[in-house]
Design a protein around this ligand. Structure first.
Ligand code: ADQ
Length: 489
């Protein structure tokens, strides 16, 4: 397939997400330094050779002056990124307010603390107005850069209004929307004052995707129960127009992890870690420090295990790596102190002069450090209270082909639906059950570990991030073609 000038034709993919995959630091009035942050989405799309991807999003910095905006736009263009400039007030109301204080907790079934509940109710209308305004600003930028034939892929709960804004500009635009978090039961979604407007806005997309079939089903029932529309096996129908709704479980770039284990620097690191933890079984948690990840519950379960199994006390260590996020939000500050307090208490209770049972680090690890840690781990503990998918569980499995460690996985993570047969599934709220699962994992026979690991390894290495992105985009192309055929008939 070629262009008139003989160059191969690659469809352009406009990926629209709240944050661009770069961190930008201003060096002087007109100079910026940029660093690519290789999150899951970037690596997913790097591997997709079929499309020519452009990123549209907020660079995470406030740039009030035109000279700065011009310089940043130019620097970002080299990285195939296009910025949306949001001022401080919009960021406060749209991002910190509506996205992170309202949608994030709601979609993860977490109630707001009592004192925030009334304040949020009062500021709701202004935050929702800012949310719509911000989504319109994203749409303006997409519209400026859109060329006929492009595919526009909108990401996540920050941009639920975007499909409608885009279709208002151009009903022919191919628009897909994918949610990275869970979509909650319709009984939860219906408590949101803007419930109907948001659902209608998402339904403007041609294709709506979720990590799991359950989230897709919740979305369809919200549309049927709240909007009175018709749910079909294909999606949701509104006056003859079908919005296709389906599950597209994300994956990781498993080869990148497997290859990293061969790097001499990583092997050296693995040797050091093995030496440091010699004679002890290593349990690992890697999470953003967020309420949804169930970090306090995980540590309390570990304490219960130590309490009930004195013979294991000096033979097992829990390494918990928690990257702080949203550090300016009081709830997150409280969570950090709560975790520190529990860790301190347990280390005081069970530690000795030569060793402590929990190593807790409040920071992010670099990619190679993370791979080495995954490789020396005997048991990974993923105890999310809710999680759209959870990629840490996938990354652990990818790095375990020689060790064949055990994955203890929350049944409330989307990953439970793909890795459930190989993992030990737990209810993270039930500390007794999680403590018992630690015992089960530590005592598991080599044959059973091998069998469980094989199941998960095959899944992680075949359902990759690249496959996820390709499937979504080709389904979007097909959906639009089918819709055009239906209209012609
Ligand atoms: P997250 O909530 O960020 O993503 P997750 O899927 O686990 O959760 O991805 C986290 C990523 O950050 C992983 O690649 C992990 O390696 C990295 N990471 C976490 N802690 C780290 C640390 N201390 N140091 C270095 N790296 C660290 C959201 C949803 C998920 C969904 C993804 C993708 O909440 O449910 O799986 O998007 O759709």
């Amino acid at each position: 397939w070629e262009r008139p000038d003989g160059r191969p034709f690659r469809q352009r993919l406009l990926v629209v997400a709240n944050r661009l995959p770069v961190s930008a630091v201003r060096r002087s009035e007109e100079s910026w330094s940029l660093e690519i942050s290789a999150g899951g989405l970037v690596t997913a799309l790097l591997g997709v050779k079929e499309f020519e991807a452009r990123w549209i999003g907020w660079a995470g910095v406030n740039v009030p002056d035109e000279a700065g905006q011009r310089a940043l736009t130019k620097a970002l263009a080299e990285k195939k990124c296009i910025p949306v400039f949001l001022d401080e007030d919009i960021v406060h109301q749209y991002y910190n307010g509506y996205c992170n204080n309202i949608l994030w907790p709601l979609f993860h079934y977490i109630g707001l603390p009592q004192e925030d509940r009334l304040a949020t109710t009062r500021s709701f209308q202004s935050q929702f107005a800012a949310y719509k305004k911000a989504n319109q600003m994203f749409a303006d930028v997409v519209n400026q850069h859109y060329e006929e034939g492009d595919v526009v892929w909108c990401h996540d709960y920050h941009l639920m209004f975007l499909p409608k804004c885009l279709k208002d500009y151009n009903s022919q635009m191919k628009v897909g929307w994918f949610l990275h978090t869970p979509f909650p039961s319709s009984e939860i979604h219906r408590t949101l004052p803007s419930r109907s407007e948001l659902l209608h806005a998402v339904l403007a997309a041609d294709l709506v995707g979720f990590h799991t079939y359950d989230y897709a089903r919740h979305f369809v029932s919200a549309c049927t129960r709240i909007l009175g529309l018709e749910g079909t096996p294909e999606g949701v129908e509104d006056q003859g127009r079908l919005t296709r709704v389906a599950a597209f479980p994300i994956g990781i770039d498993s080869d990148r992890f497997i290859r990293a284990l061969e790097v001499p620097q990583v092997q050296e690191h693995i040797r050091e870690l093995k030496e440091r933890f010699a004679g002890r079984k290593v349990m690992l948690g890697v999470d953003r420090l967020d309420m949804i990840k169930g970090i306090p519950q995980k540590i309390l379960a570990f304490e219960k295990f130590l309490e009930e199994n004195p013979t294991w006390r000096d033979k097992v260590v829990l390494v918990q790596i928690a990257v702080p996020t949203r550090t300016d939000v009081p709830e997150y500050q409280k969570l950090t102190s709560q975790v520190h307090e529990i860790v301190g208490r347990i280390n005081g209770r069970f530690g000795t002069l030569s060793a402590v049972p929990i190593h807790h680090l409040d920071r992010s690890l670099d990619f190679h450090g993370l791979c080495a840690l995954y490789a020396v781990t005997d048991i990974a503990l993923v105890t999310s209270l809710r999680d759209g998918m959870n990629l840490v569980s996938y990354e652990f499995v990818a790095c375990q082909d020689s060790k064949k460690g055990v994955l203890i996985l929350s049944e409330f993570a989307g990953a439970a639906q793909s890795l459930g047969a190989g993992a030990i599934l737990v209810n993270p709220w039930n500390i007794t059950e999680v403590a018992a699962s630690i015992g089960q994992a530590l005592n598991m026979s080599a044959e059973e570990r091998e069998k469980r690991h094989r199941h998960n390894f095959v899944h992680v290495t075949t359902h990759t991030a690249q496959e996820w992105a390709e499937t979504f985009v080709s389904e979007l192309n097909d959906t639009v073609v089918e819709a055009q055929l239906r209209i012609r008939q």
